[in-house]
Design a binder for this molecule. Structure first.
Ligand code: NAD
Ligand code: MG
Length: 391
């Protein structure tokens, strides 16, 4: 029996994970559930999954959570705050951690799970973008496993022998990440000037949280994924390509030196990647229907439009700059996306904010988590300053 901590249980990945877990009560158990501020949703999940521990990140809501759980007849431990979240990720109540918090807020708990040697199912791409080498060191030191849940990286993991690197030793020439192109594929810059948050969050193929939905619309999501692939698979920037594939059925590919290209296909439903990561190296049912290729034909592929969707180019720039540039990129993007979602920044200006902050804070070497978090704060302040000057 695998005891699983679902960090970010009330989110889109959290919900999909719990759906897969519930299909296999003989194998999987949700032993820890966490949320940011959604007390009601967390209580509902606790009623259904009966965890040992429920954690709410906002300490002001702990009493409310305890009261409602008692009223619902759920007896489990209750905790709150970021230290409790981190302790839960590393604690004895779980052997597996699904890192499904959104943004840099997930870094500490992801690192804690890695250090504690948990089987770490990584959805929280921002943490590996920020702290790639530190996270990999923590996984190695902890002796656990890191299994990517992001569909592209899960696909590459499935297409690589043994799931992981030395790419050169495995005869890999190139990693090819597919991108749906988002809701604005094919549009010109002029057509993107007045985009609203709701339009940006309406993804053609996937239902996701609002932050990653905006990232998908700007193609920053693909940019973050390029950096994620670099760290996960030890691939240099020059060996990572992006191809737009609007149907989102080919989740990514690996090209070998002999010309073979291996792809992983499936319906666009995160439960496939989650089930794969939960059961690996075995396979279990995920609830995802069979792929009907004939009904989906023809499959299209085209190059990304880097001039319109500048965030992807900026992410490649940050990856090439190295050091903490990806952390700066991520922090600036989080601030810009928040401002866009609040109606305070035009869609096209997200890239301007990121570009300005990258220019202001040249790459420095990554030393440790403390300096990285300090750099994250500095980059957020710089982004807020750029925002104030722009408005
Ligand atoms: P979401 O917004 O739907 O859910 C986020 C979860 O994190 C919620 O449970 C929320 O309560 C929690 N959370 C938010 N801020 C927090 C904070 N400050 N402290 C503690 N908890 C906090 O997001 P999502 O779409 O499920 O995405 C989660 C992560 O997975 C992101 O990093 C995203 O990039 C990645 N991802 C998502 C998908 C997808 O299909 N949704 C696919 C691939 C990767
Ligand atoms: Mg993805």
């Amino acid at each position: 029996m695998r005891n699983i901590a679902v960090l970010g249980a009330t989110g889109s990945i959290g919900g999909n994970t719990l759906d897969v877990i519930a299909r296999h009560p003989e194998r999987f158990r949700a032993s820890v559930l966490t949320a940011h501020r959604q007390v009601e949703a967390l209580v509902a999940l606790c009623v259904q999954h009966r965890p040992d521990l429920a954690v709410i990140a906002d300490p002001a809501l702990e009493a409310d959570l305890s009261r409602r759980l008692a009223a619902a007849g759920v007896r489990c431990e209750v905790a709150s705050g970021h230290a409790a979240l981190t302790a839960a990720a590393a604690g004895h109540l779980c052997d597996t951690v699904v890192a499904a918090i959104v943004g840099a807020a997930g870094l500490e708990s992801t690192l804690a799970a890695a250090r504690a040697g948990k089987r770490l199912l990584l959805a929280n791409k921002e943490s590996i973008v920020m702290a790639g080498p530190l996270l990999l060191e923590a996984v190695a030191a902890g002796g656990g496993a890191l299994i990517p849940v992001d569909s592209e990286h899960n696909a590459i993991f499935q297409c690589l022998p043994g799931g992981r690197p030395g790419l050169h030793r495995s005869g890999v020439r190139r990693l090819i990440l597919t991108a749906s192109g988002g809701p604005f594929r094919g549009r010109t810059r002029a057509e993107l000037a007045d985009i609203t948050p709701d339009q940006a969050c309406k993804h053609p193929n996937w239902v996701m949280g609002r932050k990653i939905s905006v990232d998908s619309a700007t193609l920053m999501n693909k940019g973050l994924e390029v950096i994620e692939a670099h760290h996960l698979f030890g691939a240099p920037a020059a060996a990572i390509d992006v191809v737009v594939h609007p149907q989102s059925l080919v989740h990514s590919m690996v090209e070998y030196v002999d010309g073979s290209v291996l792809a992983q296909l499936g319906n666009p439903d995160m439960r496939t990647a989650i089930a794969h990561a939960l059961a690996w190296p075995e396979r279990v049912e995920s609830g995802v229907p069979s792929l009907d290729l004939a009904a989906c034909a023809p499959l299209q592929f085209e190059p990304p439009d880097l001039a319109t969707f500048r965030c992807l180019a900026l992410a490649f720039q940050a990856l090439r700059a190295g050091g903490d540039a990806p952390a700066v990129l991520n922090a600036a993007n989080e601030v810009a996306v928040e401002a866009f979602l609040a109606g305070a920044l035009p869609f096209l200006s997200i890239a301007d904010v990121v570009e300005a902050v990258l220019a202001e804070l040249p790459a420095q070497a990554v030393v440790d988590v403390e300096t990285l978090c300090e750099r994250d704060r500095t980059a957020r302040e710089a982004a807020r300053r750029v925002l104030r000057n722009a408005c």
